[in-house]
Design a protein around this ligand. Structure first.
Ligand code: PLP
Ligand code: SF4
Length: 287
């Protein structure tokens, strides 16, 4: 399947080969490399689908695939081969959550929830707000790094008018993604007392060195974003040239641990198909 190039306005440039930020978004011929260890559905998420738009894999939280749209198409995207229906509303998913009281948290993912039609997003948030056993609405987004003013006053007004706790998990892989406009978006979230976490993917020739990771995590803390996850790349077809071996990942992680404050260090994890949570990647010496 074709995964079109989609370059975020805040990160477009001519200088693609040498730039670790741009490299994430521009097509490369290396995507055509066949690797038997990489496949279309490494996470086997099909098994956890409640509907085509909802995954319930982990205890207490369900994940809604809100839209097929993203502000950008990361070439290593773990959902690049997935077809996410662009639904008008989410009646079935809302009903599933309403009837399932173990679910305390709804994660709006995608695609990127901030790229949904805004009225549709607001209606969805209000519907989740009306479910008593739901405590947290979590938004997984990368759009604030790609689009100026994507966090606007109306969105903030909706989020501060609801009774649930709102958490944002921002996908950021490199400190240079944090342009002044990206920081403006983040400052708005911060000003509204929204709890902010980050997730990053460990990517070859993008952020797989100590200085880049150290700068990224320290910069996140400076912006009041808690580094949450450093993901091992999912083995998705077309992304093998971004893969960093676990041995190298562990080495980087242990070197970082010796260099930066504990709170700057995210959890280094991988997603395994049938596990009940993300799986921490440990230094074998710890065993
Ligand atoms: C990562 C993920 C979550 C959220 O997991 P946390 O560890 O709570 O961040 C939920 N559902 C699915 C399917 C996931 O992949
Ligand atoms: S922002 Fe996330 S969902 Fe969208 S293309 Fe990038 S990795 Fe995929």
């Amino acid at each position: 399947m074709i995964f079109a190039e989609k370059i975020p306005p805040l990160m477009s440039s001519e200088n693609i080969d040498s730039d670790p930020v741009k490299k994430q978004f521009y097509y490369s011929i290396l995507e055509e490399q066949e690797d038997p260890n990489f496949c279309l559905d490494p996470l086997q998420e099909e098994n956890f689908k409640i509907t085509e738009n909802m995954l319930h894999k982990y205890h207490g939280r369900a994940l809604l695939l809100t839209t097929p749209n993203c502000a950008m198409n990361c070439r290593f995207c773990f959902r690049r081969h997935m077809e996410i229906p662009d639904k008008k509303d989410f009646t079935e998913e809302i009903s599933y959550i309403s009837h399932n009281t173990v679910i305390k948290e709804i994660i709006l993912s995608g695609g990127d929830p901030l790229m949904m039609n805004r009225e549709k997003l607001y209606a969805l948030i209000r519907k989740f707000d009306a479910i008593p056993h739901l405590k947290v609405i979590r938004i997984h987004t990368r759009a604030p790094m790609g689009i100026k003013n994507i966090i606007d006053d109306k969105l903030m007004q909706i989020l501060s008018s609801i009774s649930k706790q709102v958490i944002f998990v921002l996908h950021i892989n490199h400190a240079e993604e944090l342009s002044c406009h990206a920081i403006e978006n983040i400052e708005k979230l911060k000003a509204n007392n929204i709890l902010l976490f980050s997730q990053s993917v460990l990517l070859k020739d993008v952020n797989d060195d100590i200085a880049t990771l150290q700068t990224l995590f320290e910069k996140l803390i400076e912006l009041h974003i808690i580094p949450y996850y450093l993901h091992q790349l999912d083995k998705i077809s077309g992304a093998s040239h971004f893969y960093v071996k676990k041995e190298k990942g562990i080495k980087l992680y242990e070197e970082l641990r010796a260099k930066i404050s504990g709170y700057c260090l995210p959890r280094y994890v991988e997603e395994k198909p049938h596990e009940k949570s993300k799986t921490p990647i440990y230094n074998p010496k710890a065993l």
